[in-house]
Design a protein around this ligand. Structure first.
Ligand SMILES: *Cc1c(COP(=O)(O)O)cnc(C)c1O
Length: 397
């Protein structure tokens, strides 16, 4: 049993379980780690920063010492923007693999940055495949970078990142990964998954508080990134060289957030690292999906594409169901859900990540049953057309 916010031993007021893609429930110890102040230029904090960088690097399997970790203030989007703006030169051309809102956000960032790009858009919830990438790169030798989303959090789909990486590597191009909602729970060992850089943040699978992101990148790529960036504060090359030279952040660091993340990384290690976390999240997902299906709910995605991170459920077809009312009834019972973020299908989402275990997921599903009853909705069954589309998806490659 994982300690949760409702753990009476934690001595904290009751708070809802956040079944969301982040920020998430954090442990009492992670919150407690923030109960003191640090001087940003002080030696103690410099050591904390160094420790943070090396612990994060360990998670990416830096066995040959070719990678480095550059932390950055801000939410996840800030580090994605820093990665794209710093690592893609102004005369580069990107291929962006889009299958949801976070892929579209990458496109929007590249537009702001004025970088040349092409898009493979697979709609809201079909995965981009290695052979699509292989073909696109074969056709266009000018493409310098491929940008991929690891787990597309808007549908919960787990993209086949190993296949994509193999195709990029075959063509000798550079792979940049938005691994925001995967890093820490899904393998990103650089040996098995060749990438030039990946971006992630503290408040998803690492189960810490929001306010910090980081890029793990090849040192050679960081070295080559001098004066690419459009922005002073998002310049990864400058942040990297500054940290290496002075062991200090260039601008006010989120000191308490660094302390919390160090504690969260301890807990990650105690749980068995990436494998341990993957196993708990998988148990959470299986408990949730099983119990929701017993109520008639159905997942947007076929089983093979379900991530252990977050699950999209099709809205029930019964006219008595509205997400707003369902949300309120669930919140009253202590569970915060997430609306869907898709253009093609009516869905809502339930996250499996954060400091929670399968008993919480079963409690959430039981509450979903009560909420349906209160709305006068007999079961969670979606419209048969939506289900037919899901089943057709399962058959396509
Ligand atoms: C959460 C997330 C981000 C970053 O979102 P922020 O709201 O800026 O933290 C980026 N990409 C993916 C895939 C995510 O899940």
């Amino acid at each position: 049993m994982v300690a949760t916010m409702r753990d009476p031993a934690a001595g904290l007021p009751p708070a809802p379980y956040l079944l969301t893609p982040g920020p998430l429930n954090t442990s009492a110890a992670v919150k407690a780690a923030m109960l003191r102040d640090w001087g940003s230029r002080d030696e103690e904090f410099r050591e904390m920063t160094g420790c943070l960088r090396s612990r994060l690097l360990d998670l990416a399997g830096n066995s040959d010492g070719t990678l480095d970790c550059v932390p950055l203030q801000g939410s996840g989007t800030y580090v994605v923007e820093a990665m794209l703006g710093s690592l893609i030169p102004r005369n580069g051309r990107a291929l962006v693999l889009v299958n949801g809102a976070y892929g579209r956000r990458i496109v929007e960032i590249l537009r702001y940055l004025g970088r040349d790009f092409q898009v493979i858009d697979r709609g809201d919830y079909r995965p981009p495949r290695g052979f699509d990438v292989d073909m696109a790169l074969g056709r266009d030798p000018e493409i310098t970078h491929v940008v991929a989303v690891h787990c597309e959090t808007s549908s919960g789909i787990l993209n086949p990142i190993e296949d994509i990486a193999a195709a990029v590597s075959k063509h000798g191009r550079s792979l940049l990964i938005d691994s925001m909602s995967a890093f820490g729970a899904l393998p990103t060992e650089s040996g098995a998954l060749p990438f030039d850089a990946l971006a992630a943040s503290a408040n998803k699978c690492l189960e810490s508080v929001p306010g910090i992101g980081f890029v793990i990148a090849r040192k050679s790529v960081l070295e080559a990134a001098r004066s690419n960036c459009h922005s002073l504060s998002l310049d990864l090359h400058a942040q990297w060289t500054g940290l290496n030279r002075t062991r200090q952040w260039r601008f006010t660091p989120p000191t308490h957030v660094v302390a919390a993340l160090l504690q969260a990384l301890e807990e990650h290690r105690d749980e068995g690292g990436v494998d341990g976390r993957y196993r708990r999240y998988t148990r959470n997902r299986d408990a949730l999906v099983g119990a929701m299906r017993r109520l008639g709910f159905e997942t947007l995605l076929p089983d093979a594409w379900l991530s252990p991170i977050i699950v999209s459920f099709l809205n029930p077809q019964h006219p008595g169901f509205t997400f707003e009312r369902f949300y309120t009834l669930m919140k009253d019972r202590g569970y915060v859900l997430y609306p869907g973020k898709l253009t093609e299908a009516d869905t809502f989402r339930m996250g499996c990540i954060g400091r929670l275990d399968d008993s919480v997921m079963l409690g959430a599903a039981a509450s979903a049953g009560e909420a349906l009853a209160e709305m006068g909705v007999p079961d969670g069954r979606p419209a048969s057309a939506a289900l037919a589309e899901r089943n057709a998806l399962a058959e396509c490659q």
